[in-house]
Design a protein around this ligand. Sequence first.
Ligand SMILES: NC(=O)c1ccc[n+]([C@@H]2O[C@H](COP(=O)([O-])OP(=O)(O)OC[C@H]3O[C@@H](n4cnc5c(N)ncnc54)[C@H](O)[C@@H]3O)[C@@H](O)[C@H]2O)c1
Length: 290
Amino acid sequence: MGNNLLKGKRGIIFGALNPDSIAWKVAERAYEEGATMTLTNVAVALRMGETQKLAEKLNTEVISADATNVDDLNNLFIKSMELLGGKIDFVLHSIGMSPNVRKERHYSDLNYSYLDKTLDVSAVSFHKVLQTARKLDAINEWGSVIALSYVAAQRTFFGYNDMADAKSLLESIARSFGYIYGRERRVRINTISQSPTLTTAGSGVKGFDRLLDFSERMSPLGNATGDECADYCITLFSDLTKKVTMQNLFHDGGFSNMGMSLSVLQQYEKGLVHDEKYGQDSEAKDHSFD
Ligand SMILES: NC(=O)c1ccc[n+]([C@@H]2O[C@H](COP(=O)([O-])OP(=O)(O)OC[C@H]3O[C@@H](n4cnc5c(N)ncnc54)[C@H](O)[C@@H]3O)[C@@H](O)[C@H]2O)c1
C-alpha cells in the first residue's frame, strides 16, 4: 500500500528487463506511491525481455533507448516530458553489462574493446544521461537521480572483473555531476550500493550463489532484497531526502562495514574440518580461478 510519497512526480526508469530486475520493482513501487513514469531499455532487451508487460500494468509507455547513445537519450527525455506532461522529477539508472564477464575473460587478460563497452554501458552512460538531461533542462528543481552500484567499487571481489572499475567510475560521476547539477539546479545525484541480488545481470557474476550466501552470512541484517532496494529508492526520490546528494549509500544489511561474522567463521571452520579429512580441493588451489 502506498503513502503518496511520489504523488504528482514524473520519472524515467532505465533497466526493467523482467520481474527480477531491480528497476522493475522500483517502477512498481513508484507507481504505488503515486508517480507517473516512462520505462526505457535498449532495443534487444525490449525484444527479449518483458518490459512491455510492465508498461501495461503501470499504464505507461516504453521508449527504446540505448543508454550509450546521446541521440536516443535526447529523444527519450523529450518524449517522456511530452507524454508525462512536464519536466522529470526522478530518474533511475539501473544498467550494467560487461562483455568480459559474459565471455569469461580473466581480469589479467581483458579484451580492451570489451572493457570500453563495459565502461560505456555501465558507467559513462550515467554521465550521458545527466548531461543530456541538463542540456535539455529536463529535470525539475529538487529532482533526484539514482544509479545502482556495488561494493566491489571499494573492495576487491573474486569474479566481479572489470565491473568493479565501472562501478568506481559510476560512483565518481555521481559526485562530480552532483556538484554541478546541485549547485545550478538543485538536482540530487546519488548511487545506491546494493547487496547481491538474484537478477539476470547478477547471476552473470562467477560464483554468484556462493557470493549471495557469503554476503548473507556476513551482513548482520542479511542481504537487502530487490524489493527493499525499491523501498530505499522511493525515499530518495521523495521530498523527505532533499539534502542528500553526491553520496554512495550502502544498502547492504551492514555488509560493507563488516570484517568477519560468527556465521562466516563457523562455515569456514566446517570447511577446514572437511579439508583435514579429505584434503583441500583442487579448485581452491588453482589461481587461474582468482
Ligand atoms: N543484481 C545484483 O546483484 C546487483 C547488486 C548491486 C548492483 N546491481 C546493479 O543494479 C543494476 C540493475 O541490474 P539488475 O541486477 O537489476 O539486472 P538486470 O539484468 O535486470 O538489469 C540490467 C539492465 O541493463 C540494461 N542494459 C544493458 N545494456 C544497456 C544499454 N546499452 N542501454 C540501456 N540499458 C541497458 C539491460 O537490458 C537490463 O535491463 C545494475 O547497474 C547492476 O550492476 C546489481
